[in-house]
Write a protein that binds this ligand. Structure first.
Ligand SMILES: Nc1nc2c(ncn2[C@@H]2O[C@H](COP(=O)(O)OP(=O)(O)OP(=O)(O)O)[C@@H](O)[C@H]2O)c(=O)[nH]1
Ligand SMILES: [Mg+2]
Length: 403
């Protein structure tokens, strides 16, 4: 649909609103994440505008006074994109576009844009393209044609065609075509999955950038792309892993994020089938991230959406190296974060206690505690295997000295 990244560090501003549901502290955290998303999409954030308002302005989301401030800044600083953390209605988006004369992006379209940039295989590209069109459909108006859509950059990229199609009918046709294409690939993938036989299936799940691919790589000695950006992984990778003499399938899949666009969850359904069909989930958490508890909540919410909330799950708290480091480096954290910066020992006494032996603390990067990790995964997988194939458990030794 849209063209590839051509512009480096497009200049952007961020806009967030404080209200009863989202405190100032929360909005700061959300905008931090939005800034990381912007950076991942190839942008540079020059300024943040935040407004406190309980009732959003139906025309422009933020108030007219604030909008004038934004407008002045956009004009003076050659801003390419104005990025809202909150979802805009199609009407709000149009009005703001008219006022600011630059690209108006919300969290959803920013995430879609990153997915478009990252999609490598034709399968992922098809899924992203479908999600983009679903997002576009209610937003199609005459105005789209008058905007400088050819400028490229954030919010403008996508796999497939280079021309923007403004006709709803064309978009609808395209959507149904893409759906058919996906259905066909889905069937092929289903058959492939069916052919994998009786192996127990384990899936890595978690928020984006927590270290799923890094863990996959150390455990399976594979080379899945991992980097410090959001959504490094879009396609699912499945590897056969052997611990002791127990083989199982381990899959690494797309990371989740707060407010993952519903269009994406919808069109990535079959990528997420790997999760849905798994016997065991390894929910990876970046414990060094100040909002890791919120991350867990977001992940659980998406797991619920794909009917996988009740699965057998091990919580894998990763990046303990970074966490402990933060503690040593910055003593103030304890007082500043109003006591929320516990030591790992203290954390274990909180709600984590309920998770019990289903919680593990590791560093995938420094390979810390991986033996314990392997042992726990081994035990779980063996239990599943033994329940499923009660006559076939002679395979496994009582003692596991080497993995
Ligand atoms: N300090 C530290 N960094 C880690 C650890 N594990 C992973 N990382 C880093 O975290 C970043 C993200 O790692 P990935 O493995 O790409 O994370 P992911 O969960 O696969 O991310 P997505 O595919 O984007 O969802 C990389 O820069 C890794 O090097 C760890 O144990 N400690
Ligand atoms: Mg990854």
């Amino acid at each position: 649909m849209l063209e590839k990244n051509t512009i480096d560090h497009e200049r952007a501003v961020l806009i967030g609103i404080i209200n009863r549901e989202q405190s100032e502290e929360k909005v700061t955290e959300y905008l931090d994440e939005l800034e990381f998303l912007t950076f991942t999409a190839g942008g540079e954030v020059l300024k943040r505008f935040v407004q406190r308002m309980d009732v959003p302005n139906p025309k422009t989301l933020i108030g007219s006074g604030k909008m004038e401030e934004v407008e002045a800044f956009v004009k003076q600083n050659d801003i390419g994109s104005v990025i809202f953390d909150d979802e805009l209605t199609p009407a709000q988006q149009r009005n703001i576009e008219k006022l600011l004369r630059c690209k108006i992006v919300d969290r959803t379209s920013l995430i879609l844009d990153i997915f478009a940039q990252r999609a490598q295989t034709s399968y992922a590209r098809t899924q992203v393209e479908l999600a983009q069109y679903e997002y576009l459909l209610p937003r199609l108006t005459g105005l789209w044609t008058h905007l400088e859509r050819q400028r490229g950059g954030i919010g403008m990229r996508g796999p497939g065609e280079t021309e923007i199609e403004t006709d709803r009918r064309i978009v609808r046709d395209r959507i149904s075509l893409l759906k058919k294409k996906l259905l066909k690939i889905d069937r092929q993938m289903e058959t492939q999955r069916g052919n994998r036989g009786a192996l127990v299936r384990v899936a890595l799940v978690g928020y984006t950038n927590v270290g799923k691919s890094t863990l996959m790589n150390v455990i399976s000695k594979s080379e899945v792309f991992a980097e410090n950006k959001l959504f490094a992984t879009l396609d699912t990778t499945v590897r056969k892993v052997v611990i002791g003499n127990l083989p199982f399938l381990l899959s690494d899949t797309v990371g989740f994020i707060r407010k993952l666009p519903t269009q994406l969850v919808e069109s990535f359904k079959s990528t997420l089938d790997e999760v849905r069909e798994a016997d065991l989930l390894l929910h990876v958490v970046d414990i060094s991230h100040p909002q890791f508890e919120e991350h867990i909540e977001s992940v659980n919410k998406i797991l619920d959406e794909i009917d996988s909330a009740d699965k057998n799950t091990i919580m894998v708290f990763n990046k303990i190296d970074k966490y402990e480091h933060a503690e040593i480096d910055d003593d103030d954290l304890t007082t500043e974060r109003t006591g929320r910066h516990f030591t790992i020992g203290e954390w274990k006494k909180t709600w984590m206690q309920r998770v019990g032996d289903k919680a593990l603390f590791i560093s995938a990067l420094n390979k810390e505690n991986l033996d314990e990790f392997r042992k726990r995964v081994y035990d779980e997988v063996r239990d599943i295997h033994v329940t499923r194939f009660p006559y076939n458990n002679f395979l496994y030794p009582e003692h596991l000295d080497e993995y």
